[in-house]
Design a protein around this ligand. Structure first.
Ligand SMILES: [Zn+2]
Length: 236
């Protein structure tokens, strides 16, 4: 008799638990989490790109400055060459070598600058793509959030109603028994199992005849030796 009320209580309790679990697995909720994670990833990507571009910009400016400085040196050498014609072939060669060396360096810088400008363009394009993608996802996210908030509000009201109903059912159950139920539920749910053909229907273990006898006598609450559930004999 006591176990009958506990069994009835368990039905509404389990139903409420199931509903709460379903709420957590809601499709809109999953989509929302996915969209939020995607936005977070895009923000991280964006930050990395911005850092890369800043580093690249510094390097670009440094190389441009150095190239400008070398241009001036080159101008100076050329002017000197024009004003003071070298005294001999050896001096002429030395001056020509110095000019050539500068020209080589400048060419190398020019190549590096071209490559860096190209990289900067690529990163710029990537940033634009991410921005567009993130903006699109943000719109979807906001729309989804509206829907989900509505759904969540309705579901929460329903769950509250179910929990209130559960509380009502709980009042019919003996307090010590209810405490036992809740303690079992911490590690095993549902916390009660029917006795079917001498087996616990929670874990399917066959119960010893002494246990079966205890259940039949109904003197005390009997738990399954294997899974710990309260055994319930609905009367086979
Ligand atoms: Zn069991």
């Amino acid at each position: 008799m006591q176990l009958d009320t506990l069994w009835n209580f368990m039905q509404v309790d389990m139903e409420a638990d199931k509903f709460e679990a379903k709420m957590r697995q809601s499709e809109n909720r999953q989509k929302l989490i996915k969209a939020r994670d995607f936005l977070k990833d895009q923000q991280a990507n964006m930050k990395k790109l911005e850092n890369d571009v800043a580093v690249m910009q510094d390097r670009l400016e440094a190389v441009e400055d150095e190239a400008a400085r070398l241009e001036k040196v080159l101008d100076g050498l050329t002017e000197e060459f024009n004003n003071n014609v070298p005294a001999n072939a050896e001096d002429a060669q030395k001056q020509a070598d110095a000019v050539q060396k500068l020209l080589d360096t400048l060419q190398r810088y020019e190549a590096e600058l071209t490559k860096m400008r190209k990289d900067a363009d690529t990163k710029d394009r990537q940033q634009k793509e991410i921005r567009v993608r993130a903006a699109k996802t943000k719109i979807e996210f906001d729309q989804l959030k509206l829907e989900y908030d509505k759904e969540f509000k309705a579901d929460t009201a329903k769950l509250q109603e179910m929990r209130a109903n559960t509380e009502q059912e709980a009042k019919k159950v003996d307090m010590a028994l209810l405490a036992k139920y809740r303690s079992i539920k911490q590690h095993c749910t549902p916390p009660m199992a029917r006795l079917v053909n001498g087996q616990c229907s929670g874990c399917f273990m066959s119960l010893p005849s002494a246990t079966l006898l205890d259940i039949r006598n109904g003197d005390r609450i009997v738990e399954c030796d294997n899974c710990g559930r309260i055994l319930y004999d609905a009367g086979e």
